[in-house]
Design a protein around this ligand. Sequence first.
Ligand code: PPE
Length: 307
Amino acid sequence: MPIPEAKYIWIDGEVVPWADAKVHVLTHAIHYGSAVFEGIRAYSLPTGTAVFRLDEHLQRLLDSAKIYRMPMEYDLGGLREAVKATVRANGHESCYIRPVAMRGYGEMGVDPRGCPVQVFIATWEWGAYLGADALQKGIDVCVSSWTRMAPNTFPSLAKTSANYANSQLIKMDALENGYAEAIVLDAGGHVSEGSGENLFLVKKGAIYTPPLSNSVLGGITRDSVMVLAKDLGYQLQESVITREMLYLADELFFSGTAAEVTPIRSVDKIVVGSGECGPVTKAIQSAFFEIVQGRVPDRHGWFTPVT
Ligand code: PPE
């Protein structure tokens, strides 16, 4: 999908025109995947544009940088102001926000420590990530022939660009075979997540999601779903999930900043439950959209206004 261009991109404290936001070809991150990033959404609320769980996303960015020993010139407060300024400069009502911290141009070779760390923040207007119908009707997925990164190889709690080499293999394989997305198993053969989403399973009215030790990203939407499930009175448990449990689930859904709450209607061409968005998924999805569309008060303090 082509990127809908905005006016400006924030680079190291300055807002520059979109077309001028360039890096050198010998930037370390291009050669060695040495970048950490975030994906955040700003929503249009009746009270104005506001960013969803901004501090949690920025803390995860700082955590990813820490894991990769990447010194960051900006603290959480500095990054928060930079994100707000970028969204304001671009005049978005709602948008997707992509902060990236990367090892820049300086030295060549695997050791990144001699390269300056550059930070940039881009924003653009992004609709339904998995297709227009996905949120309503659900998507058809497969179990990937690829495996998620094994523990002690690429740490899954760091949202580093390098992890998305694995995600790209998963996503392309799914699309080439006619599926919208794939569910990936971890190195032990247990269910992990999607190429860019966390996974939830519903069985007999209770909700399950793989624990962080199954090579999943600690999703902010995953956390939001856990909070909303509790608000709605559902039992929710982090629990190891096997492949066949996917086929026998009453409902399955993905969560993610881009994907929001997307139902899954089949896995490996086996219909999940009734093949439609089930009642529990519907309840969670409605609770999520009520909040992000500002139809109910922000009772959890999840929004940061940009003004
Ligand atoms: N797992 C992975 C691997 C992942 O990339 C994401 C986000 C999630 C789980 C959900 O995390 P959260 O957004 O905090 O709820 N994927 C981002 C990137 C998607 C992309 O194509 O780029 C996103 O949703 O913004």
